[in-house]
Design a protein around this ligand. Structure first.
Ligand SMILES: [Zn+2]
Length: 230
């Protein structure tokens, strides 16, 4: 009976690989075999890339990501973010949670799970906040209820439209504030974002969280831009 149900469901809604969009075989879950092997996995042990000068993140206690932001990973996140593929949120969330469980911080070392919010204007236009969906999905896996802690005070130009790290930093400085109802004193925070490009946004959010009394700010993203030493 279960097999019949599966067969009918497959016939009506064939499952696709979340990265390359190829149809999945029965035993494949979310990712096809090829993508499991070939996706550009973000390395373990790069616990604090900021300290290695890989991203700008002097306020981050740790950072991790599932993948590097390239090729099919990039396409997949863009579908999620701009083409309303919100069904991808639980899949990204499950993979990011797995990465966190393997690398840390462990769920019992996190007091507050939150996310980098979009501005109200962008949220209104898009209809959802992709990082909030991601935080809910990660929270479900880690059994932590995410909290809305940060607010974006003003609309900023898309960070991706800016080349230099200093331009990104200037663009984002003072753009976030901690909600006045949030009590972060002595708390260990896990902050989620969808993409980490230079770390400027996460770093600015971490600065604001630390100013509000947070003890530690750990960060994680679905994907991070690969660092090329110039
Ligand atoms: Zn695939």
């Amino acid at each position: 009976m279960k097999r019949l149900y599966y067969w009918i469901k497959e016939l009506l809604f064939p499952r696709r690989c979340m990265l390359c969009r190829r149809f999945l075989r029965e035993q494949e879950i979310d990712l096809c075999h090829q993508c499991r092997l070939d996706a550009p996995e973000y390395p373990f042990g790069a616990l604090n890339p900021a300290k290695q000068g890989k991203i700008s993140g002097q306020f981050l206690d740790s950072f991790t990501a599932v993948w590097y932001y390239e090729e099919d990973v990039r396409e997949s996140i863009l579908r999620f973010k701009f083409r309303r593929a919100t069904h991808l949120a639980p899949k990204f969330g499950a993979l990011l949670a797995m990465k966190l469980l393997q690398q840390g911080p462990r769920p019992e070392e996190i007091d507050v799970l939150t996310w980098v919010p979009v501005s109200r204007r962008r949220r209104f236009r898009r209809g959802f906040d992709q990082c909030e969906l991601l935080a809910r999905a990660v929270g479900k896996e880690l059994e932590i209820v995410p909290q809305r802690v940060l607010r974006k005070r003003r609309h900023t130009r898309a960070q991706s439209s800016m080349e230099s790290v200093s331009a990104r930093k200037a663009n984002i400085l003072g753009a976030y504030e901690v909600d006045k109802h949030a009590d972060l004193r002595g708390k260990r925070v896990l902050l989620l974002d969808d993409i980490c490009t230079t770390g400027s946004t996460m770093n600015e959010c971490a600065r604001v969280l630390l100013n509000a009394g947070a003890k530690e700010v750990h960060t994680a993203a679905i994907a991070a831009v690969r660092y090329h030493k110039k």
